[in-house]
Design a protein around this ligand. Structure first.
Ligand SMILES: [Fe+2]
Length: 174
């Protein structure tokens, strides 16, 4: 008797190097999520609750990025390896410091996405390439957003009225 055919059995598996790189990318997205969640709490304590809410929304956005890659792996019947997320550690004194750290982190993420895109192209993984192109566009906006908030906070420096105005503008974006 013939053995039963499993659903999706004939879908070819992914290149293992691409699968590894995508798993690492999932880790980076969750690391970003944890970073922004911890920043959110710090901003709430600092008295900038609009910024805290904005950062918490960004925590959800980063989780969605991780899940988008995870869904891609599942669609292609490739095991997604969930990463260990360590507690974020950083030094800060002003809100601008936190957004500088976030901007630096987004730049690292962008570089990782670009490497993954190059790998997909080298291996003719067109579905992977398409997914990574979505992330290239996303990163363009992420970097621009964090850079503009960082510069605004840096200009406001220790001026409470200016900081509260930025705080209220961020709250309005939600
Ligand atoms: Fe992301």
């Amino acid at each position: 008797m013939d053995s039963p055919t499993l659903i999706g059995e004939n879908i070819p598996c992914m290149n293992p190097d691409i699968a590894d790189a995508m798993n690492r990318q999932i880790g980076m997205e969750f690391n970003a999520a944890f970073l922004y969640l911890s920043f959110s709490g710090l901003m709430n304590e600092y008295g900038m609750r609009g910024t805290g809410r904005w950062l918490r929304a960004h925590f959800h956005e980063e989780c969605a990025h991780a899940l988008k890659i995870l869904d891609h792996l599942e669609l292609r019947r490739t095991t997604a390896v969930l990463p260990t997320i360590s507690s974020p550690s950083f030094n800060w004194e002003t809100p601008a410091d936190l957004f500088r750290i976030a901007l630096d982190h987004e730049r690292v993420v962008t570089s990782s996405i670009h490497s993954l895109l190059s790998l997909c192209r080298r291996e003719n993984d067109f579905a992977g390439e398409q997914l990574m192109m979505d992330f290239v566009r996303e990163q363009l906006h992420e970097e621009a957003t964090f850079a503009s908030i960082f510069h605004a906070l840096e200009c406001a420096a220790h001026d409470p009225a200016a900081l509260l105005q930025i705080d209220s503008q961020l709250a309005d974006q939600l």
